[in-house]
Design a binder for this molecule. Sequence first.
Ligand code: SF4
Length: 342
Amino acid sequence: MVNKLYLVTPRGFCAGVEMAIKALHWLIKIYDETIYCYHEIVHNKWIVKEFENNNVIFVEDPSEIPAGSIVMLSAHGTAPDVEKQFNNISSLTINSVCPLVTKVHHEAKNFSKENTQIIYVGHKNHDEAKGALGVAPENMHLVENIEDVEKLKIGEDVALLAQTTLAKSEWEPIMEYSKNKYNKLKMPRKSDLCYATTNRQDAILEILPKVESVLVVGSENSSNTKALVNMVQNKGIKAYRVDNVEDLDGISLNGNIAITAGASAPDHIVYEIIDKINPINLEYFELKEEVEYFPLPQQLRRNIKLISNFLKNFNESISKPEAKLGISNDKDWTATEALNSL
Ligand code: SF4
């Protein structure tokens, strides 16, 4: 029996996930054709299924799309060479990369231009790492741990970058080791670890002394979800990753627990899980409010505006009254509402 369940904030959708979901929603609404999405739009089983049920096909390679298709590139970022291939085959490619991933791509490009060798700390085969490494494949070296850095023989002019969704506990030891190994190690002024990943970890760390176990809602391939689970387990506290309410079967929860969610996990799943657990007490714990907002991809905004202006000119009556939730009010509605309106 769970005595107290702490519902932790911030949890769930970050600004990048919000933007990518809303962007894909708009493509579905505007175009009749099947939309092809490179990689899962965000790493969440439920969301991927929802989009699949609404005429989206997820692909892993440009060769999988028919010529003239409409394509969306996922939030995790796409290697420039792959984006070019999609551009050549598609009639329209919209890139919904998170701006914080774009920041890392820019850094990689700039260091590479200076001929600096780049150590990229990330998870092999993760979509974000694959995209980032594609920015400067000849100069970038993927490392997952200190041993990988130890083995590198790449001269002295070295920079250190990171996948945005690493746990601080994964990143910090590698950073310290690299600083010692390379006296003149170059690093970005602002950390590559994103605000959402860090905030979710900080919030759970704060509540940890009060609980016996932690539930982390999120899918298996969600890097920041796994980072949360690992971080809690490294502190000696039980942590369970659950994708949905069925995953609770076989998990024994007692005493005081906390629940959080990775950046791509929908909040309705968190509430379904809380309902199933049915704790004696539910307490809200908010570490901080997140106010970050990322606008929709520029090209998508431009296309929606063009269509909207065309319709207004075509039929004056359509422009009155102004739609409450449109492209110019994007900030006022959420990815959850977008998903509900599919
Ligand atoms: S987790 Fe961070 S980097 Fe990834 S989409 Fe969200 S805000 Fe962007």
